[in-house]
Design a protein around this ligand. Structure first.
Ligand code: UD1
Length: 342
């Protein structure tokens, strides 16, 4: 029996590269495309080193429909995982058109070509940001979405709605949206990981860069929230576990097990961790110091959000497995690898 092939857009990115590894290890063939707008060719090299073989890669901008068409003409695949998108919340506030243009045009191109070429399955990278400041925690997939507070978040909501409409309208189209909580950590080999450009916006890259001495001091945004220690609560999901959730979702699609044309799953651990807990845990397990100070709240942050993962656990047969300690060790190992620290 020939292998199922999966097209991965944005496969050189943080989650895309880990998912590429997980899919190949699970027996799938992959075709990876990326335009390196927020990633590096070294990620593909890292993936190939881990796998011990070359993968099919094409440098393509998914906003360039004719270039994308060539990928559809060249390769036979039934499933697309669409990662390629911008993800900096703050930047999306000052450059909304950049976000709507890139995140939605690339997505439309993928969907239109899937329809034209009769490729049935699409897995879309959504985000827990769609829940906003939820009234009841943990959030289930039934928890109402809140109006988006950033153009970035809005692109996720719009993309979910487009997928829902397409799957309803087109007989041959099936979709899954995975709502990621806070992906952190790196592959245990330390050959791939997150590669933030400039000053990191997200917590863990800022922590690892501070531990490495690249940043002087970590600012903890807000210590007066209505949470046990006053700092925000999040659901930090290991990126390798997250990658495996994609494998489970692809299997569900390719084996015809979907119960509805469009399905949504939360992908998190189900356990909240505070910003302070994460920082102290990071220092403990790695034996490094991370200077930090409490500062005011960051605008747009919600006090707390974590996942009810029952649906993913029961339906996808997937569960987060890696311990937070191992995840935080992997994040530090990756930073050390990047900086050549022993
Ligand atoms: C953010 C986005 C989310 C996006 C995700 C991945 C919002 C509100 N959040 O999640 O949509 O999918 O990034 O890119 O849209 N923190 C500090 N100091 C720092 C950095 C962060 O204290 O230097 C705190 C934050 O206040 C927050 C927690 O750490 O409480 C996690 O922040 P971050 O890693 O940026 O993720 P989110 O804001 O949860």
């Amino acid at each position: 029996m020939s292998k199922e092939t999966v097209l991965i857009s944005g496969g050189a990115g943080y989650i895309g590269s880990h998912t590429t590894v997980a899919l190949v290890e699970a027996g799938f063939d992959v075709v990876v495309i990326d335009n390196f707008s927020n990633s590096e060719p070294s990620a593909i090299e890292g993936v190939e080193k881990i796998l011990g073989r070359k993968i099919d890669f094409m440098e393509v901008d998914t906003c360039d429909k004719e270039a994308l068409r060539k990928v559809f003409e060249k390769y036979q695949f039934n499933t697309v995982i669409h990662f390629a998108a911008y993800k900096a919340v703050g930047e999306s506030m000052t450059e909304p058109l950049k976000y709507y243009q890139n995140n939605l045009v690339s997505y439309m191109n993928i969907l239109e070509l899937m329809k034209e070429f009769g490729r049935p399955n699409i897995l879309f990278s959504s985000s827990a940001t769609v829940y906003g400041n939820a009234e009841v925690l943990p959030v289930t997939e039934q928890t109402p979405r809140q109006p988006a507070t950033s153009p970035y978040g809005n692109t996720k909501q719009i993309a979910e709605d487009i997928l829902s409409d397409c799957c309803r309208a087109y007989e041959g189209m099936w979709g899954i949206a995975l709502r990621y909580f806070n992906p952190i950590g790196a592959h245990p080999s330390a050959l791939i990981g997150e590669l933030p450009r400039g000053v990191p916006n997200n917590l863990v890259p800022f922590v690892t860069q501070t531990a490495a001495g690249i940043r002087e001091c970590l600012s903890v945004f807000g210590s007066d929230y209505d949470t046990p220690d006053g700092t925000c609560l999040r659901d930090y999901i290991d990126v390798v576990d997250l990658a495996k959730a994609h494998v489970a979702a692809v299997r569900r699609m390719t084996s015809g097990k979907m119960e509805r044309k469009y399905e949504i799953f939360n992908v998190g651990t189900g356990s909240p961790l505070s910003v302070l807990e994460l920082i102290t845990r990071f220092m403990d397990v790695n034996g490094v110091d991370v200077p930090y100070k409490m500062v005011g709240r960051r605008s747009g942050d919600v006090p707390a959000v974590w996942a009810d993962t029952t649906l993913a656990n029961n339906t996808l047969g997937w569960k987060a497995e890696r311990s937070i300690d191992d995840t935080l060790r992997s994040a530090w190992a990756w930073e050390k690898h990047l900086r050549g620290i022993q």
